[in-house]
Design a binder for this molecule. Structure first.
Ligand SMILES: Nc1ncnc2c1ncn2[C@@H]1O[C@H](COP(=O)(O)OP(=O)(O)OP(=O)(O)O)[C@@H](O)[C@H]1O
Ligand SMILES: [Mg+2]
Length: 539
């Protein structure tokens, strides 16, 4: 974790490799059988889907919270007491996070870029940080729309990442439109059209075949001809209905028969077929067209005219259709270039993180200090609160929760290679006054710095989600009876084996007992005689 984090190379059983330092991507690849471990992986995935960042932090925190709870379970404090303390701690922690949050201007790209840099700084692409941050902001701004007075940013659906191996990272761009990996259905169709009229369909442009097996019994040759003619007429009718609107580009999600291609080619119309639904939706967003199911019911308003240029370009061995120079495009394609597929995959993951963070900041423009400053402040203030306000047994788990937050600055300090104990003591001391609330650890050299000066911030939404998920999952696991009894059983077994001697297995003990019994029985008479002699002599 942090700016000094290293990539992991994961090998899968099929021989493939994954190169990443993204928490979710690592955990997704590893195989675990323990159900509790599975739920830890699940929270990392949930974190990735919800806010896109903090997938490592959430697992580290949850692990630390559980470890803190283990001590109390061993001391026979009932899990519900711990759970109550954790929930109270969560409530208080969220309040502190909100108090510590600072506002940013959501429409100031420069400001957002600065913040994104601290997200990207912990990643493989940190060398190209500025570049990646700019791309992320550009993509998010493109996709943002106002819906019922609310800002909606659906980057998953409308910002598509296309990865093409080859080229350099500097060649990556955010298109002002979209690009799809599709070639023309016929090589003689137009490859470059300015201001095209675009019609989008999700029906096939061929004679409809029967859904299940269809038999036609024809006795005369004319009947066969008639059947073929019917098919042709049907296709012609559909094509004419489309051609009546004078389109330049016709795109369908289904197939286009050779005959239909012929009709379109004659009128100089470019056709693309078998597009994915998601790609079609994006083209609809950028061109202003409506996806139509019945060509007979086409209307002028369904034709898209917002696209400035259609062009077929060749990259490497493949052909790509570009719909660019769009007026007010509300979708985009992010074109990634890089040396190999593994590099491209990691760039994509990093970019997705940056995009999610940019989206979070625009939707909720509040920030908290990074570099462990927030966690240390939480730890100190929760500890204070526990001493003053919480009475009884619950105080101890509450305090344990408070000190568990220190795991984040501790890990950052550890990874930076500095003296962990010394740095943490210094940091704790700084946070004992309100002036030091923003002091954290610089992940590169391990020194204490003011996060405002170092400009290391995390979005409040990410941190809130991290803390909530980590506490909730540890509470959930603590509530499981079996895990609790599992720890107790271990303890009992430990004490039993200590009594018997660690290397004294049960079988051996029984054997020794039997031998003893045999010797006593055999020598019984002798023993009685000896006792008699002793008694007589004493008399
Ligand atoms: N330059 C820096 N110095 C110190 N701490 C930093 C720096 N940059 C980021 N951090 C801190 O590092 C933590 C994030 O680390 P990282 O991005 O490696 O993990 P993550 O966000 O939990 O997981 P992932 O990014 O894989 O989803 C945050 O707490 C952040 O405040
Ligand atoms: Mg991160």
């Amino acid at each position: 974790m942090g700016p000094r984090s290293m990539l992991k190379m994961l090998l899968d059983p099929m021989g493939g490799i994954v190169l990443t330092n993204d928490g979710n991507a690592i955990l997704r690849e590893i195989e675990v059988t323990h159900p509790a471990a599975k739920s830890m992986i699940e929270i990392s995935r949930a974190q990735d889907e919800e806010v896109g960042d903090g997938t490592k932090s959430v697992v580290i925190l949850a692990g630390e919270f559980l470890q803190a709870a283990e001590l109390f379970i061993e001391k026979d404090i009932h899990p519900t007491v711990i759970v109550n303390a954790y929930f109270q701690g969560l409530e208080k922690a969220l309040k502190i996070v909100n108090e510590m949050s600072i506002d940013v201007k959501a429409d100031d790209d420069k400001e957002i870029e600065k913040i994104l840099k601290s997200t990207v700084a912990t990643k493989f692409v940190s060398k190209w940080g500025d570049f990646v941050c700019k791309m992320a902001i550009q993509a998010v701004r493109k996709v943002a729309t106002l819906k019922n007075g609310h800002q909606e940013i659906d980057t998953k659906r409308y910002a598509k990442v296309e990865k093409i191996p080859g080229g350099t990272i500097e060649e990556c761009t955010v298109l002002d439109g979209v690009m799809v990996n599709k070639d023309l259905t016929h090589p003689q169709m137009r490859k470059r059209i300015e201001n095209p009229r675009i019609i989008l369909l999700d029906c096939p442009l061929e004679y409809k075949k029967g859904e299940s097996q269809t038999n036609m019994e024809l006795t005369k040759e004319e009947d066969f001809k008639k059947a073929l003619q019917n098919e042709e007429d049907e296709v012609r009718k559909v094509c004419n209905a489309i051609l009546a609107f004078k389109p330049d580009v016709v795109i369908t999600e289904k197939g286009v028969s050779d005959l239909a291609q012929h009709f379109f080619l004659k009128k100089n119309v470019t056709v693309l077929r078998r597009l994915r639904k998601t790609d079609n939706n994006r083209i609809a967003r950028v061109s202003g067209a409506t996806i139509v199911n019945r060509p007979e019911e086409l209307q002028e308003s369904d034709v898209g005219t917002n696209c400035g240029l259609y062009e077929l370009r060749k990259i490497g061995d493949e052909f790509f259709s570009y719909f660019v120079k769009c007026k007010d495009a509300k979708a985009c394609t992010i074109l990634l270039r890089g040396a190999t597929k593994d590099v491209l995959n990691e760039i994509e993951r990093n970019l997705q993180d940056a995009i999610s963070v940019a989206r979070n900041i625009i939707l909720n423009p509040r920030l908290v200090p990074g570099g462990g400053a927030l966690e240390m402040e939480l730890s100190c203030r929760l500890m204070d609160y526990a001493t003053k306000e919480i009475k009884g047994t619950m105080q101890w788990p509450f305090k344990a929760l408070a000190s568990a937050f220190e795991v984040i600055p501790r890990t950052l300090a550890q990874n930076s290679g500095t003296d962990v104990v010394k740095r943490l003591t210094e940091l704790r001391e700084k946070h004992s006054t309100s002036a030091g609330a923003f002091i954290g650890i610089d992940g590169n050299d391990g020194k204490l710095v003011d996060m405002k000066v170092a400009n290391i911030y995390d979005p409040t939404a990410v941190k809130i989600q991290t803390i909530k998920t980590a506490i909730e999952v540890s509470v959930m696991l603590l509530r499981i009876d079996d895990i609790v009894s599992g720890i107790k059983k271990e303890k009992k077994e430990k004490s039993k084996s200590q009594m018997q001697g660690a290397e004294n297995p049960e079988g051996e003990t029984v054997l020794i007992y039997c031998i003893n019994l045999y010797i006593v029985r055999r020598c019984q008479r002798w023993i009685i005689k000896i006792i008699h002699i002793i008694l007589n002599s004493t008399n």
